[in-house]
Design a protein around this ligand. Structure first.
Ligand code: FAD
Ligand code: SF4
Ligand code: SF4
Length: 461
């Protein structure tokens, strides 16, 4: 008998006034009983609309059926046929606009909690003492992967499964890309990312950290003296954008990338951190996406009063609903329909305020969203001592500028076809480096697709 409850099984989580003071994971995950009960809400629909909403086409009803039967390892096998990072995607995928958006249970009530079930299955598998990994036999071909974010890791994993000798080159000292330096510990514990990377190492993938491709080694050298038959570029889009307003170079102004990297990668929240962060009293985070929510929630955990400053309204916030709700519960103050004009500095060139104007929404613009327009005579000063700019990012031009014959798009993204093939022979690309800032699952999907193209390219050479 299916469970016809209109509501998802709620996920246990830390209380807001406790979690806004620590960096431990907010959501605690389903128990076996909760997972089985939730799985029974799935109707095992014949036409599987949910699968069409998943960018990597996980066989959702099939894995959920196994969960309902208590066959969790079978469920894991089904998920990992399509996804190499299930514990990550189960946590950070925007399910509400992907798989769960298409779930028929969502027509009358809430959709099946597909993401939560995926997370449960992956966590349960990872908690098993013994994991069986079938290491494939080597096929004698070498591939280099640039960048260890979800695109690079997915590409490396797929190729390793086919027997390729794969080396991932990562500029930072830890592998994982945005999963380790961007998304905070309280949304995605770093031990989970490390576990997923260990799984790839067990498959034979080598990871060379502290290696900046384009500086330490060039793509020419990888394809030449290093003897890689193909290169996959998954270098992401980590270059922050600023507004170009007065005061952006004052002390106490950060890009969200720098702020989050100091906290997540360098553990600035620990007393013994080698790169501590200045603890501000009042923080303005400019922007309304997931990155802005992450930066605001981190600043809150340092004890600051935190404002989200966003030029459109609450309804237009591009961040995931769940993140906005979590941020509100934790005490973040939303100053929507507000736009910064200048950041103010004191005698020591430190931030001491931000001049803003109120906005109202006009007619829809080219993006289909209502255009924010300045309200006359509405200028006011927000009393803050730290400003974090979370306005989006673009790809770093380093690889393009050091690689002959690698074409880019007008905004800087690497030009690649739908299989990840670039304008340079033997070089493939995918993820944020090609699309601009997007999502983990799309980057992973691009890495998988490119792995297929690389395999075909090498086998047909
Ligand atoms: P990245 O994850 O950026 O990885 C690229 C890697 O390449 C990095 O490790 C970088 O150091 C390395 N690199 C760059 N240049 C070089 C070089 N020259 N040589 C060697 N290595 C290099 N998506 C979601 O789906 N859900 C979320 O909740 C979510 N939250 C986010 C929160 C934040 C704060 C941020 C910043 C992004 C978030 N995203 C989220 C977006 C998502 O993380 C990205 O779309 C995804 O990580 C892109 O993967 P990627 O592999 O293309 O690039
Ligand atoms: Fe849904 Fe993401 Fe899992 Fe696909 S990978 S089923 S979109 S949560
Ligand atoms: Fe199950 Fe929903 Fe998918 Fe139907 S659409 S198979 S109910 S998850």
């Amino acid at each position: 008998m299916p469970n016809m409850s209109l509501k998802k099984n709620p996920m246990p989580e830390q209380a807001p006034d406790i979690r806004n003071k620590n960096f431990d994971e907010v959501s605690l995950g389903y128990t076996e009983e909760q997972a089985i009960d939730e799985a029974k809400r799935c109707l095992n629909c014949k036409n599987k609309p949910c699968v069409g909403g998943c960018p990597v086409h996980i066989h959702i009803p099939a894995f959920i059926e196994k969960v309902a039967q208590g066959e969790f390892e079978e469920a894991y096998k089904i998920i990992t046929e399509a996804s190499s990072l299930p514990a990550v995607c189960g946590r950070v995928c925007p399910q509400e606009s992907q798989c769960e958006q298409r779930c028929v249970r969502g027509i009358k009530g809430e959709p099946v909690a597909i993401g939560r079930l995926e997370r449960f299955v992956a966590d349960r598998h990872n908690s098993l003492a013994e994991k069986k990994i079938d290491k494939p036999s080597p096929n004698g071909h070498k591939v280099a992967v640039v960048g260890s974010g979800p695109a690079g890791l997915a590409c490396a994993g797929e190729l390793a499964k086919k027997g390729y000798d794969v080396t991932v080159f990562e500029a930072l000292h830890l592998a994982g890309g945005v999963l380790v330096y961007g998304i905070p510990e309280f949304r995605l514990p770093k031990s989970i990312v490390a576990e997923e990377i260990e799984g790839l190492r067990a498959l034979g993938v080598k990871v060379e950290t502290n290696t900046v491709i384009g500086k330490t080694i060039t793509i020419d050298e990888l394809q030449g003296e290093y003897g890689y038959e193909a290169v996959f570029i998954g270098s992401g889009a980590g270059l922050p954008k600023f507004m170009g307003i007065d005061g952006e170079n004052l002390r106490g102004v950060y890009s969200a990338n720098e702020f989050l990297t100091r906290i997540n990668l360098m553990k600035a929240y620990r007393e013994d951190s080698a790169t501590p962060i200045q603890r501000a009293k009042k923080v303005a985070v400019v922007g309304g996406g997931n990155v802005a929510m992450d930066a605001a929630r981190c600043a809150k955990r340092f004890g600051a009063e935190v404002y989200i400053v966003y030029r459109r309204g609450l309804e237009e916030l591009p961040a995931r609903r769940e993140e906005v709700e979590h941020a509100k519960e934790e005490g973040i103050i939303f100053k929507t329909l507000t736009n910064p004009k200048a950041i103010l500095g004191d005698d020591t060139r430190s931030v001491c305020g931000m001049t803003c104007v109120e906005m109202e929404l006009g007619e829809p613009d080219a993006s289909g969203r209502r255009k924010p327009i300045e309200k006359p005579n509405s200028e006011f000063t927000l009393d803050v001592d730290c400003v974090i700019m979370a306005l989006g990012t673009s790809p770093n031009p380093l690889i393009k500028s050091t690689t002959e014959g690698l074409e880019t798009q007008s905004w800087g993204g690497i030009l690649a076809d739908e299989m990840g093939k670039t304008s340079r022979e033997g070089v493939f690309a995918g993820g944020d480096a090609v699309t601009g800032a997007a999502t983990v699952i799309l980057a992973m999907g691009a890495g998988k697709t490119a792995a297929k193209a690389i395999d075909e390219y090498i086998m047909n050479k």
